[in-house]
Design a protein around this ligand. Structure first.
Ligand code: PHE
Ligand code: ZN
Ligand code: ZN
Ligand code: ZN
Length: 297
């Protein structure tokens, strides 16, 4: 039991941010040391927020993983536009929608711009590691920056699941117009939301807001007050009749019925959703490469 308690402590230390805050002082007495079941870092984070006891993995391997960062050679380095997507998946499957789609859209945006685009602001692309283990790659990155380096980031744009097979069309709710959950994003996030609304409207799609609930890599950016936004086509949530009427697809079915399963494969991506979202991504990134005036004031 003592040994498993020690393992639990190591897991806590590996899961960054809030979990440390929440569990740092946790009494070892609440940790079940017998009959433990397997749980991922993300599940640990979820359970930590909602229940008093935790299921812990009986054993785990410590692995090292990487973020991949690429930045244009041109543009102001003190007003950087960041765009990111997580490159890892859950163990259960290949993670093609979650998040091959965001990663691929980001890559095609980067390739379309080239290394020395005619931009006023540098554009920095990030393919994050270890999102599914608790937003570790992006959190470590942001925390590893100096205060000045954080100030030099004009905004962060996130793309996690943009080709869900029963696609919804969502943009992070920077102005909290849905009035639920986490509240508005940092100042400037409402403008980013509006720019995504317009980029999708240009393609005939009326998007809805999705709550800044902290469940993707923008989490540490908004925690530091950096304006953020992005696109999302839905995970385990269920499409309503109203949404099916305006977007197509099936009401009463999850946006991604294969979320975090082995069925999240190449056959189960809505390619037109992926293309529409990638177009909007490229348009918005391009625009902010020219100016961030409306966002940063
Ligand atoms: N970040 C989640 C994942 O990668 C996706 C998600 C975001 C699910 C927001 C629900 C709400 O699994
Ligand atoms: Zn996921
Ligand atoms: Zn994801
Ligand atoms: Zn809104």
């Amino acid at each position: 039991a003592a040994e498993q308690g020690a393992e639990a402590a190591i897991i806590y230390n590996n899961v960054e941010g809030e979990l440390n805050g929440t569990l740092g002082g946790a009494d070892a007495g609440v940790i079940p040391t017998a009959g433990v079941t397997k749980a991922t870092g993300a599940e640990l984070v979820e359970r930590a927020g909602t229940t008093a006891t935790l299921d812990l993995r009986a054993s785990f391997d410590e692995i090292t993983t990487e973020n991949v960062i690429a930045e244009t050679r041109t543009g102001r380095e003190d007003n950087v536009v960041m765009a990111g997507a997580h490159l890892d998946s859950v163990d259960e499957g290949a993670g093609i929608n979650d998040n091959g789609t965001g990663s691929a859209g980001l890559l095609s945006t980067a390739l379309s711009m080239g290394g020395t685009p005619d931009v006023n602001n540098a554009v920095r692309f990030a393919w994050w590691g270890a999102e599914e283990s608790g937003l570790i790659g992006s959190t470590e990155y942001v925390k590893g920056l100096s205060f000045q380096e954080q100030l030099d980031i004009a905004m962060y744009l996130n793309f996690d699941m943009i080709g869900s097979p029963n696609a919804g069309y969502f943009t992070y709710d920077g102005d909290d117009s849905d009035g639920v959950g986490a509240g508005p994003g940092p100042h400037g996030s409402a403008q980013i939301e509006q720019d995504f609304v317009e980029a999708m409207r240009n393609q005939g799609i009326e998007v809805e807001g999705t709550d800044f609930n902290g469940r993707s890599d923008y989490g540490q950016f908004i925690a530091e007050g950096i304006p953020a936004g992005g696109l999302f086509t839905g995970a385990g949530g269920v499409k309503t009749e109203e949404q099916a009427a305006k977007w197509g697809g099936e009401a009463g079915v999850a946006y991604d019925p294969n979320y975090h399963t082995a069925e999240d494969n190449l056959d189960n991506v809505d390619r037109s959703a992926l293309i529409r979202n990638t177009r909007a991504m490229a348009e918005v990134v391009d625009h902010y490469g020219q100016t961030t005036e409306e966002v940063n004031g």
